[in-house]
Design a protein around this ligand. Structure first.
Ligand code: NAP
Length: 249
């Protein structure tokens, strides 16, 4: 029994080390330029999800012209004169290309629950977005991944590092490392946003953000509403251009 436990701990540590190596790792601070122009026309991918619905609602409140890509538009439950809902799967490169046309920026809150076998939904979907953005000249890409990857490995705390990620999410997190590398290798003005554990709690109105967010021991949490606000703030900010800040309450 003790032997089995030691083997499992070794596997969890090896996995965390692999996620650290495979995800995006900062190569020093990016030069922060002046704040860019605030893009008006946005595409939101993953719009029917927890973060995605917050993104849509808050983007409309902020006055953006919003296009939402959804496999099932009925799942969005928001209607607004400045909202266009486009039916499509992120794995369909043609559908993504059409949705990206005419957009100035894209926000991605893609996720799924096919945890227990290898998938490439996050990475292939993100590759389609990046290709379409590069083809159509949309520059700003804000992509939600997670603490626990690249230079934030281990920062989801012990519960995630030694239980949730190795037992439930190894394939999912591995695909997230590919997703991060695709974003970081792009020619876009990208920001990878790495939240702690997401909650559906009320927005607190402020988040901790940056490379030191997260904790090796306990799990930091953050409401999806605050993550969405932080992601929208990144549209015209240069602070984290080509960087991967963690986000927590
Ligand atoms: N849960 C956490 O504690 C936690 C912590 C850190 C980071 N994150 C990450 O944060 C991100 C957002 O999480 P969330 O829980 O807010 O989102 P979510 O509720 O899981 O929503 C995921 C969204 O992705 C969409 N989607 C999935 N496959 C698609 C496809 N093939 N084509 C188009 N859309 C597709 C879903 O659409 P459908 O409605 O059609 O399924 C849904 O809109 C995820 O990447 C997640 O891993 C989560």
């Amino acid at each position: 029994m003790v032997k089995l436990l030691l083997v499992f701990v070794a596997y969890a540590i090896a996995l965390a080390a692999a996620l650290a190596r495979a995800g995006y790792r900062s190569r020093g601070a990016q030069p922060a330029g002046p704040a860019g122009a605030r893009p008006s026309r946005l595409l939101i991918v993953g719009a029917t999800g927890g973060t995605g619905r917050q993104l849509v609602a808050q983007a409309l409140e902020r006055g953006h012209q919003v296009t939402a890509l959804a496999r099932d538009p009925a799942g969005l439950h928001i209607s607004h004169p400045r909202l266009t809902v486009v039916q499509g799967d992120v794995l369909d490169a043609g559908a993504v290309d059409r949705a990206v046309q005419g957009q100035e920026a894209v926000l991605c809150a893609l996720g799924h629950n096919k945890f227990f076998y290898p998938t490439r939904i996050l990475s292939e979907g993100t590759r389609n977005i990046v290709r379409a953005m590069e083809a159509h000249g949309a520059r700003r890409f804000v992509c939600e991944t997670s603490l626990g990857i690249g230079d934030s490995a281990g920062r989801m705390g012990l519960y995630y590092t030694f239980f949730v990620i190795p037992l439930i999410l190894p394939f999912y997190f591995w695909d997230k490392t590919r997703q991060e590398r695709i974003v970081a290798a792009s020619a876009l003005d990208w920001i990878i946003v790495r939240p702690g554990a997401l909650t559906n709690g009320r927005a607190r109105g402020a988040v901790r953000h940056g490379r030191s967010v997260g904790n090796l021991l306990w799990t930091v949490r953050v409401p999806r509403a605050d993550v969405a606000a932080f992601m929208l703030d990144q549209l015209a900010s240069e602070t984290y251009r080509c960087a991967a800040p963690g986000v927590s309450s």
